[in-house]
Design a protein around this ligand. Structure first.
Ligand SMILES: O=C(O)CCC(=O)C(=O)O
Length: 237
């Protein structure tokens, strides 16, 4: 049983069923397995995805979509350009950003101004805020089209997120590993699975001391969607 594996690795059970906590040297993690009730999770997936052919589909093809199983009706996906060792590349995943109207966030050198929420994503935000008693005014969507798509080592420590940002990361689709390592020595600290319908909360000073990453999993053929809810408290430009 997946919960058992977590307990063996030092996670502790919290009050709610399927809810686990890991206290770190700096900061802590909370993990909610089966976060949405089954019907709500399925409803969400069916509302933001569709198998119909449409404009956004052909646009996505151009940027190298590798799975034909999933199309999105309403989420505005882009493939960012990222600079690695002085060279520009397509980011190894698709992303989208939403939030309260007028909230600005700078990523990939572009200032994005939010125009509101996808209705269904907003419902997830409300559930997360109710559970965590934390406000979130924006969300970054990550679409890992298959196990080749990744997220490199980073901390969510942008100035606009404030001193100790609390990040709520909801995942569905293929299960992927998340790794954490201490920033002071770049040694891998630990890793665990983020199964479908799980919510990970990163709390306290974790972003100052730890980095996290989603490594490739070459055997994985299925897509995974991750939503990281954030609270932007100040503009940094
Ligand atoms: O896909 C994930 O679980 C991680 C996402 C993440 O680290 C981010 O959006 O900053």
């Amino acid at each position: 049983m997946i919960e058992q594996q977590f307990l063996l690795e030092g996670w502790q059970k919290q009050g709610r069923n399927d809810s686990l906590c890991l206290l770190l040297e700096h900061g802590s993690l909370e993990l909610y397995l089966n976060f949405l009730p089954d019907d709500a999770a399925e409803n969400y997936i069916s509302k933001i995805t569709s198998n119909r052919e449409e404009l956004s589909w052909s646009m996505l093809q151009k940027v190298g979509l590798r799975t034909k199983k999933l199309t999105f009706t309403t989420v505005d996906w882009i493939q960012e350009r990222v600079r690695v060792f002085g060279k520009w590349h397509n980011a190894p995943r698709l992303t989208a950003w939403e939030g309260d109207v007028g909230i600005c966030y700078k990523y990939s050198g572009v200032i994005h101004t939010a125009g509101g929420w996808h209705e269904e994503t907003n419902k997830i935000r409300e559930r997360i805020s109710k559970l965590t008693k934390l406000p979130f005014n924006s969300v970054l969507y990550n679409w890992y089209r298959d196990g080749i798509d990744t997220m490199g080592w980073h901390s969510d420590d942008e100035k606009e997120l404030g001193e100790n940002p609390q990040i709520a990361s909801y995942s569905f689709g293929a299960s992927r590993t998340i790794k954490f390592r201490l920033r002071k020595n770049n040694k891998i600290g630990f890793s665990f699975q983020l199964p479908s319908n799980s919510l990970l909360i990163m709390k306290g000073s974790i972003q100052h001391h730890w980095q996290h990453a989603i490594p490739k999993r070459l055997t994985e053929r299925h897509p995974r969607i991750n939503l990281t809810f954030r609270n932007i408290i100040q503009a940094s430009y």
